[in-house]
Design a binder for this molecule. Structure first.
Ligand SMILES: Cc1cc2nc3c(=O)[nH]c(=O)nc-3n(C[C@H](O)[C@H](O)[C@H](O)COP(=O)(O)OP(=O)(O)OC[C@H]3O[C@@H](n4cnc5c(N)ncnc54)[C@H](O)[C@@H]3O)c2cc1C
Length: 289
């Protein structure tokens, strides 16, 4: 199939190269568009031709299939323009790295994103997941969002109920988040310190030296997934190349040769044991392709 140059198409790319878990078979075609119009054209082209479409940001919350993906994988993980500052408001492309944006806003004398620095995804991925850490979440600052929804490129005012704990109305396949308008505050002098603190805590507590997709499970009401898993004696438990991290039981890590099947089996096993021993149901946070 002949595809326009603006689609930035490349055939047969292993999803293990595009996801932080380093797992997944080949995507039939990966597309890396450079303009918002190209994203719209790709979605419409896939739709007209009945081609399955998947959307990736930086692939840091994804468990990809060992069988790969037959269809288009749209990869939106590079900014199409620099952030635009207007007073305490910043408008940024959803392909922007969240961590770079957090650092940039702090350099601009603003606060609101400093606790999210270190989350390894894109701004779009953060809007789609309502990413958060250390008491901050994107919901607190996201005021308007430009999305491609039902074939229409539109700006939407974000409502109180649009985002909740790791839940968002601005997530694929409902829509593709293109740009976000964030309402920040003038830095009271604490932003840089908070940002450095959060990064330090990540280094101390998270198994950043091994591939993962971050926290495997959502936080169950009134509990911490990692603490429940540890309490059940599952820290360090492994199936194939997938292992419950020794450093943080809330993370499943890839010790080098993990397959999707290994991770899926380990997730199911952890869910079963935690349910049996504590009565708490764990719901995966990671998304599947
Ligand atoms: C070491 C590590 C630490 C992490 N720490 C945290 C943390 O502290 N807090 C936290 O919340 N998460 C954390 N994560 C998980 C992950 O980084 C976040 O969920 C992040 O927001 C995902 O962004 P992404 O660009 O990688 O999205 P992807 O993983 O590529 O995609 C995630 C989902 O969002 C959708 N999506 C992506 N971009 C868009 C878009 N533009 N429009 C619509 N939908 C889109 C995808 O289709 C998919 O369903 C961590 C992950 C790792 C590996």
């Amino acid at each position: 199939m002949e595809l326009p140059d603006s689609f930035g198409a490349e055939p047969n790319i292993p999803l293990s190269e595009l996801t932080s878990f380093r797992i997944g078979g080949a995507a039939q075609v990966v597309l890396q568009p450079r303009t918002y119009d190209a994203i719209e054209e790709i979605v419409s082209f896939a739709d007209r031709n009945g081609i399955p479409l998947a959307l990736l940001g930086k692939g840091t919350n994804i468990l990809a299939s060992d069988k790969g993906f037959q269809g288009f994988v749209l990869r939106f993980d590079t900014p199409m323009h620099e952030p635009v500052y207007r007073g305490t408001t910043v408008i940024a492309c959803c392909g922007t790295s969240l961590t770079s944006l957090a650092r940039d806003t702090v350099r601009h004398g603003l606060m609101g994103l400093e606790k999210l620095c270190g989350i390894p995804g894109t701004l779009g991925g953060a809007c789609a997941m309502n990413a958060g850490a250390y008491g901050g979440e994107i919901k607190q600052v996201l005021k308007r969002i430009r999305v491609l929804k039902n074939g229409t490129d539109q700006w939407i005012d974000v409502g109180e109920d649009d985002l909740g704990y790791r839940r968002s109305a601005f997530s694929f396949p409902d829509c593709i988040a293109l740009e976000a308008e964030l309402s920040l505050k003038e830095d009271d002098g604490s932003a840089l310190h908070t940002m450095q603190n959060c990064i330090e805590k990540r280094r101390e507590k998270q198994p950043l030296e091994l591939p993962s997709a971050g926290s495997t499970f959502k936080r169950p009401e009134g509990h911490f997934a990692g603490a429940l898993i540890e309490q059940c004696g599952l820290k360090g438990f492994s199936i194939g190349g997938a292992k419950v991290s020794e450093k943080h039981a809330g993370f499943i890590v890839n010790t080098g040769c993990a397959t999707e099947a290994d991770v899926a089996a380990l997730i199911a096993y952890v869910q079963q044991i935690v349910k049996e021993r504590t009565g708490v149901s764990l719901e995966p946070e990671i998304k599947r392709i």
